[in-house]
Design a protein around this ligand. Sequence first.
Ligand SMILES: [Zn+2]
Length: 260
Amino acid sequence: MGLELFDTHAHLDDDRLREQLSEVLVRAGAAGVIEIVTIATTAHSSAVCVALAGHHPQLSASVGIHPNHAAEAADADWDKVASLVDRPEVVAIGETGLDRHWDFTPFAVQEDYFARHLDLARRCGKPVVIHCREAEADVLRMLCDDHARHGPIRGVMHSFTGVWATAEACLAMGLHVSFAGMVTYKNAQDLRDVAAKVPLERMLVETDSPYLSPVPLRGKVNEPAHVVHTAACLAGVVGLQPEVFARQTTSNARALFGRK
Ligand SMILES: [Zn+2]
């Protein structure tokens, strides 16, 4: 039996992937990618992700509003996201979080939306997908606050690029840690050292496609099939055969997202 991988974070509604989706999914299947969560970034994207998941059995969806899109969201957009959470195709809430790299959305608005997603995820019993860019202290502050009030947080720090102390704090609150193509970059030894310390049963892999293609495909449009390179790199980091690493991370993702 070959690899069985779960790409926990792909933006299949992005034009670059959606316009050739059947080929993208064939290539993913051929590479051993048996499950993909298509991750929403806006209310419209949430509806598209749910529709895509309804058409393709290997897909499931998240619904949510990305911090960089929160400024353009109207009240009706949030209501639309909330109205989709109980759909069977929906396995996660997000992506949400905080981003100080871009300033598309005032920080207070990002915090408001992050808190809303954390609350919505608890109410519907689905995991939360967290984006953190140059905002580790702020994300930790809000997560610690939520954890202090409500207990363990089910979800994932997606495309993790932070330091070990941040990963450790997130793991202690119950979160999973997911790595994308950046961990394969030549200059990313610090991140590989962090990955080596993450307990295997809490680790996930993802592409974050169409962004962040892993080595040796860096610079190309990323797609779910490329997660094999990230998984191979991480298997080496933790000292496991790729098949064993794939089986464990796929089982982690299935349990977190409730996919049998
Ligand atoms: Zn993303």
